[in-house]
Design a protein around this ligand. Structure first.
Ligand code: GL4
Length: 803
């Protein structure tokens, strides 16, 4: 279609939808009605491609992957969908013609926040990448009634409100009643002889109806639309339950657990895990058989990928279906299951490795527990003779009254991967070392990736358009082509255009902050950004100590060298994570103190933007000069905001952790600011117990003064929290080595501040980062999964010859 035809089509259907659905004229329509009308137009365009894709997959029997994830974090869909439909600029033109505020229209869409952070957003980036590379891949998860809490600050404290994201309807989803599945919980089970052989007989327990809501995941500029299927819990028709029983059952899809990188060992969480895992597997097998295929061909037509251990119960659930419902032998069922399932580990933190009490597990999922006992028995038998009893004990799923989910996942899947090279190495060397000795061939690395479409093409249109003028548009579908930009590192005019774009984006963010928080930001200062969950290991505290260092230096001498900076934080803390919430309070009080002190606020400002989520990330990232990725080495599996920030020209201030290492390698060491202890040093301190926070405090007078500020009244209103933070560092010996990395962090910040004064040289570094960001596209990541783990074809993604 011609550009002008597309514009006319879009305009006509938009106006028709507005009148047909809401019986209003454009002038009288609210932003929400305008959004819903345009979204409906986009949805209809997606729907026809979606139907054809589904029919095509069914008719050809193409192998498909199902990405099982307890979290998806889509954010808003409209802008990304318009982009993928090739209609974003056309929509902008239509709205301009009609005098509609397009941003207000887009912002009327509620963010879908059905995930906590990186893990959930990665799943959604994969949902965008798979159809874009013509890969048959679907998502399977939970349609939580309430997403991650909405965060507000009251007196500097985090306050949580429910996220009622469905209040305006969800345009994008389609309820599929005919696809509903029954999921059974509790009761007891015994084996009895039946005409079909030995089969389980269930007594008691409850049935829950899993009803799927499907959303079409559109590929970029192609005709592929895959399915994201999210299950909602209901009471099966005809079942009589009391009002309170009903609400217990429906609560299975009631809300998302707000914990990230933390084990959440509650009964309801286990029910959630079984809920979407069971419904998903049942549905997959049902369709496989209905399409006329044998169970033995399942691994050739289906790949099930489990995103961390939350869906690990798919392994015993598949065994249950194959054994109990289809009468396969154990060996047959085990072969089919393990060849179908693959597993990604996303964390090394011990407190995040899932374990369930066996009593709880058995009470909730009695048949699955029996099957895990059998898996456990066979595993011990198989490994004990060669590796010894101790080894068998260390690697068995059932140990010390607990069910160890990572062990079950490792045993029951054919592939195990980490999400960045360092992380994958540490998995092999430490956390899953025993399994690596058993099955080295199962292990691989798949470095995470991001969708440039959302975080660059859509969120930073002016940068993307500027890049197009230099290297054409091939990089938009072949992200590594963006390396062609390196040729322009000496093109001063281009560098100055890049600076202008960055400045525009800073102004846009500053306007938002002014409007929503009443603070006027200095857009000539360095925008120094740390955006991620609030967690001790991510060390927002180290950033804060750096801020206090500058503050005290300026208070002492107003001419002290401090490069002007705006420090930008955004982070939610798990509601039960008390220490993280205390850090939020301290940062907010420091922000208050700094921003209101005329002696320093020309040189520094601190802003903690509340309610961080996908849409705020899209606003903040294009405006960032510096990307703080300062976790304790060995703790951050990968990180993904690091990739998004780099793609938008922010320079990394980073420890050698997770994917930071690859980013520094790709951009060039001279274009990033690495500092701090490496993983070996961290592990050696843990092993030798030779780290002394007190010693560092005693020997560094500047740091001494900074830490004292937490407890001596320098910072108002933090008596309790300042003390708690101080004690965690000194009394409790600083578990995450904040003080150990302090001196090198501060020195690196000083160097960075000096470098920023040479705008051209700085922008050249930014350019190097942008130009190196292509390899971190999720398009390549999912292509690697498809080639090496799922064995599913996709569009070729070869890098085009650099001209
Ligand atoms: C995480 C990791 O903490 C994070 O480093 C990684 O980028 C992400 C996706 O692989 O997974 N693991 C958990 S748990 N939450 C995460 O964000």
């Amino acid at each position: 279609m011609q550009q002008s035809d597309k514009v006319t089509m879009l305009k006509d259907s938009f106006l028709a939808e507005l009148e047909g659905t809401f019986a209003v004229s454009l002038a009288d329509a609210t932003d929400l009605q305008r959004y819903q009308s345009l979204a409906t137009v986009a949805k209809k365009l997606i729907a026809s491609k979606w139907r054809l894709t589904k029919e095509n997959y069914r008719d050809t029997g193409a192998k498909q992957v199902y990405y099982f994830s307890i979290e998806f974090l889509p954010g808003r869909y409209l802008r990304a969908n318009l982009l993928n439909l090739g209609l974003l600029t056309e929509a902008e033109e239509v709205m301009q013609d009609l005098g509609v505020d397009f941003n207000a229209l887009l912002e009327a869409e509620v963010d879908q926040g059905l995930g906590n952070g990186g893990l959930g957003r990665l799943a959604s980036d994969f949902m965008d990448a798979m159809p874009s590379i013509e890969l048959a891949g679907n998502g399977n998860g939970i349609r939580y009634r309430y997403g991650l809490f909405r965060q507000a600050f009251v007196n500097g404290y985090q306050v949580e409100y429910p996220d009622d994201w469905l209040k305006n309807d969800n345009i994008w989803e389609v309820r599929q009643d005919s696809e509903a599945q029954v999921v059974h919980y509790g009761g007891s089970v015994y084996m009895a002889e039946t005409p079909d052989g030995l089969r389980p007989v269930y007594q008691g327990g409850v049935d829950v109806l899993a009803v799927p809501y499907d959303t079409g995941m559109s590929g970029a500029n192609n005709d592929v639309v895959n399915t994201l299927r999210l299950w909602s819990a209901e009471v099966p028709e005809g079942v009589q339950v009391s009002v309170s029983e009903r609400s217990v059952l429906e609560s299975i899809s009631g809300e998302l657990y707000p914990d990230d990188s933390n084990e959440e060992g509650r009964r309801l969480r286990l029910r959630q895990e079984y809920f979407f895992s069971s419904a998903g597997v049942q549905n997959i097998i049902k369709h496989h058989l209905a399409d006329g295929y044998s169970l033995h061909s399942l691994p050739f037509q289906v790949a099930i990928h489990i995103n961390d251990t939350h869906p690990t119960v798919v392994i015993p659930e598949m065994m249950r279906i194959l054994l109990d419902e289809h009468g396969l032998s154990w060996e047959e069922a085990w072969g089919i299951t393990t060849r179908t399932v693959s597993y990604t580990n996303h964390t090394l933190l011990a407190e995040a490795l899932e374990r369930w009490s066996q009593g709880l597990f058995q009470a909730e999922l009695p048949r699955l527990f029996q099957l895990i006992q059998e898996i456990d028995r066979r595993h011990r038998l198989a490994v004990a003779s060669e590796h010894g009893e101790d080894f068998a004990w260390r690697t068995s799923p059932l140990q010390d009254g607990q069910v160890h989910m990572a062990r079950l996942a490792a045993i029951g899947s054919h592939a195990i991967n980490g999400v960045a090279p360092l992380h994958s190495e540490l998995l092999k060397d430490k956390v899953l070392h025993d399994f690596y000795t058993l099955w080295p061939e199962k292990f691989s690395n798949k470095t995470n990736g991001i969708t440039h479409r959302r975080y660059m093409h859509a969120a930073n249109e002016s940068l993307s358009a500027l890049i197009d003028t230099k290297i054409g548009e091939s990089w938009r579908s072949l992200p590594k082509d963006i390396t062609k930009l390196n040729k322009f590192a000496k093109d001063e005019e281009f560098l100055s255009a890049l600076q202008d774009v960055k400045h525009e984006n800073k102004v846009r963010l500053a306007e938002w902050v002014k409007r929503n928080m009443g603070l006027e930001l200095n857009t000539d200062a360095i925008f120094d950004v740390q955006i991620k969950r609030l967690h001790a290991y991510k060390r927002q505290l180290l950033h804060l100590l750096g801020i206090l260092t500058d503050y005290l230096a300026l208070k002492h001498d107003k001419n002290a060298y401090v490069a002007p900076r705006v420090h930008i934080f955004a982070a939610k803390a798990a509601p039960s994570y008390y220490y993280a919430k205390q850090i939020i309070k301290v940062i907010n009080e420091v922000a208050n103190m700094v921003n209101n002190d005329a002696a320093v606020n020309q040189k520094m400002q601190v802003v903690f933007i509340p309610n961080y989520g996908v849409s705020l990330a899209e606003l903040i990232i294009p405006a960032a000069d510096v990307s703080e990725q300062i976790s304790t080495a060995g703790k951050e599996a990968s990180g993904t905001s690091n990739m998004k920030l780099m793609a938008n020209g922010a320079l990394q201030l980073a420890t050698m952790d997770g994917a930071n290492i690859e980013i520094i390698r790709a951009a060039g060491e001279e274009n990033a600011y690495a500092f701090g202890m490496d993983t070996d040093t961290v592990y050696s301190h843990y092993e030798k117990h030779d780290y002394s926070a007190q010693g560092i405090y005693d020997n560094n007078p500047v740091l001494h003064r900074v830490l004292d500020a937490l407890i001596d009244g320098t910072i108002p209103n933090i008596e309790e929290e300042g003390r708690a933070v101080f004690d965690s560092l000194i009394r409790d010996n600083d578990e995450y080595f904040v003080l150990g990395d302090y001196a090198s962090y501060v020195a690196t910040q000083t160097r960075l501040g000096q470098d920023y004064q040479n705008k051209t040289a700085w922008t050249r570094k930014a350019l190097a980062n942008i130009a190196a960001s292509g390899e971190f596209s999720a398009d390549y990541t999912v292509a690697e999964y498809a080639d090496e783990i799922w064995n599913i074809p996709h569009k070729a993604l070869a890098q085009q010859e650099s001209k």
